[in-house]
Design a binder for this molecule. Structure first.
Ligand code: F6R
Length: 612
């Protein structure tokens, strides 16, 4: 996720672009840049760091002129740095591009362009677009045609805005799977990732759809499809959001927005990483250690909080499907227990959204001191943990602003499934089994959409239960760690006492607590432990306990014993937590908001825990 803005009109572009970038900073903040046409040439400034760093740079080197593009970055390819910041340009500095998304086939395109003489100056996927467009401009294409020709060659996701010295009073914008809007003012047009960068200037907004290309010259715009030049008559909407609402995409909180982003999050975590026909995962970040991974005989997964629950689910995946003995350690305990690690046959895999969690970082250092291979599943590119580990996989979930982790948890599970596929196929997993996992993974985004479409049912259940003071969350096998996640989500944002555990442990003590005032959320999909879970539900019901069940679509029997049921679509057992977590997040969110709490900034918590 990145933020992009483009301006064309009668005013100075740079202050409007800068204002837009500040409002889009929630979409990414590791580097920023701007290019402006000053009447005779396009000048660009780019800098690592937040938009404030760009603002400082602009104060010393103002960019003046009425046409420009700007970008605030959340790195996906190439670490945050001045050279990797957008806009990106071709070898001759004719074309300037800002991009949000991922170009999956950029390596192949880059090799081809290099053979043809292009000289690249960044490590990004985006730069191929600038070189491709420049190449087509040289053969006489207009900017519009050059952009269209280039986009038909790329695979992946993009929202782009392009400008060129050769056609300086034109901006070309296009999108596929990444948002882009155009604000239509009386004498100016503003293109941006979301309305928050537009609403200060106009509330008349057009939403570009996938495969649409907008060409803006002065205050005239035309929109056509990528594949044909027929003009599309687009509706101009009147958007009445206030600015704070706009940043949250119209949602009341970032947490809810991030819950609703999860289909896209899973798509981004999977993008370009699966070969269904071979039942294989391709994880570029692990390529350098792929041979070493073949000789790994034991994995230790280390993380904190929600990330550690994702790790516990990963433990079940890796043991069942990759056949690798795996254990999970909480990072704050790992080094104090003097872990026994064999440098030849052990690997330590850490999970961290922020990549800065002090305990997790200490675990990486401990493992490195013991000479063990260290791997990371990290969301923030270029973060300390990403740099300290020997190799790893990025989540590509974009910035998570809500303090309670939601979309990154889902992407951690997605990436763990990919790692399982990779390691499994290196060992005993057949291509048929691999293909089954790959296909099931590709269905997850749509299945999450199905669950989100029923969020109204969860709101009603949250309303019914908001007055209770204590909750149990229970599940078995893959969904035992998910029960821990359900409990932490509820307690961290609602301050209601919640305990998570394994259903089978109920009768070893916790059942003493059950009465009509102590409800239990059971995660009970149709899996290999379904009957055992149902027996535990019966035990709770026999003690007058209320039960909310998360069950598989079509399971009518569960509705006969549970007080409330939330249904999730059928998937492979190992992937059920990716679906079942969604109602748990919504349940916690709606209870907390009904209690009037600030879910994005819960008391006593911080997004990045950099103290031990
Ligand atoms: C809970 C939550 C935390 C984090 C934990 C690890 O919703 O967000 O439990 O999961 O603090 O943080 P990272 O993943 O940044 O290492």
């Amino acid at each position: 996720m990145c933020g992009i803005v483009g301006y064309i009109g009668k005013k100075q572009a740079s202050p409007i672009l800068l204002d837009g970038l500040k409002r889009l900073e929630y979409r990414g903040y590791d580097s920023a840049g701007m290019a402006v046409w000053n009447g005779s040439q396009i000048d660009a400034l780019k800098v690592k760091g937040r938009v404030a760093a760009l603002e400082k740079l602009l104060a010393g080197h103002p960019l003046e002129g009425p046409v420009g593009i700007a970008h605030t970055r959340w790195a996906t390819h190439g670490e945050p740095s001045d050279r990797n910041a957008h806009p990106h340009s071709d070898s001759e500095g004719n074309v300037f591009v800002v991009h949000n998304g991922i170009i999956e086939n950029y390596k192949t395109l880059k090799q081809q362009l290099e053979k043809e003489g292009s000289v690249f100056s960044s490590d990004t996927d985006t730069e191929v677009l600038a070189h491709l467009i420049a190449k087509f401009l040289k053969t006489g294409s207009t900017l519009e045609r050059a952009v269209k020709k280039s986009l038909t060659l790329v695979k992946g996701a993009y929202a782009i805005v392009v400008m060129a010295q050769s056609e300086p009073e034109t901006l070309v914008a296009a999108r596929l799977s990444s948002p882009l809007r155009i604000g239509v003012g009386a004498d100016q047009l503003i293109i941006a990732s979301d309305p928050s960068a537009i609403l200060n200037y106009t509330s008349q907004i057009i939403t570009l759809e996938d495969n649409e290309v907008a060409v803006i010259k002065g205050v005239e715009y035309t929109i056509s499809s990528l594949k044909s030049d027929t003009v599309i008559d687009k509706e101009v909407e009147q958007i009445e959001w206030d600015l704070a609402e706009a940043e949250k995409g119209g949602f009341d909180h970032f947490m809810l927005k991030e819950i609703f982003e999860q289909p896209e999050t899973v798509r981004n975590s999977l993008r370009g990483r699966i070969i269904v026909e071979d039942g294989r995962a391709v994880l570029g970040g692990l390529a350098s250690v792929e041979e070493r991974l073949r000789s790994i005989e034991r994995l230790t997964l280390v993380a904190c909080g929600t990330a550690s629950y994702a790790a516990m689910i990963g433990e079940y995946m890796l043991e069942e499907y990759a056949g690798i003995p795996t254990e999970v350690a909480i990072a704050s305990e790992f080094r104090y227990r003097k872990p026994i690690l064999n440098p030849k046959t052990d690997a330590v895999l850490v999970l961290s959204q922020s990549g800065e969690t002090a305990d997790t970082l200490a675990a990486v250092k401990e493992a490195k001191e013991k000479g063990v291979l260290t791997l990371g599943i990290v969301n923030v590119i270029g973060s300390t943990i990403a740099r300290e580990t020997d190799a790893g996989v990025y989540n590509h979930a974009g910035p998570e602003i809500g303090v309670a982790s939601t979309k990154v948890f889902v992407s951690q599970l997605t990436v763990l499934a990919l790692v399982t596929l990779l390691l499994g196929r290196q060992r005993q997993m057949s291509s048929v089994m691999g293909g089954r996992i790959a296909e099931a993974l590709l269905k997850i985004p749509e299945q999450v959409e199905v669950i989100l479409a029923q969020s109204g049912a969860v709101v009603a259940i949250a309303d019914q239960y908001k007055g209770f003071q204590d909750f149990f969350f229970l599940g078995r096998k893959y969904n035992f760690p998910l029960a821990l996640e359900g409990a932490i989500k509820l307690k961290e944002i609602s301050y209601i006492h919640a305990e998570g555990g394994a259903s089978g442990e109920l009768k070893h003590g916790p059942i003493a607590m059950i009465d009509e005032d102590f409800p239990t959320v059971f995660i009970v999909p149709n899996d290999s432990v379904y009957e055992k879970n149902v027996s535990n539900i019966e035990e709770v019901k026999a003690r007058k306990g209320r039960v909310i069940a998360i069950a598989t679509e079509g399971d009518a029997d569960i509705a006969k014993i549970a007080d409330n049921v939330i249904y999730i679509p059928k998937t492979l057992e190992m992937l059920t937590p990716i679906l079942a977590v969604v109602p748990l997040q919504l349940f916690a969110y709606h209870i907390a908001t009904k209690l009037g709490l600030d879910v994005d900034r819960p008391r006593n918590l911080a997004k990045s825990v950099t103290v031990e």
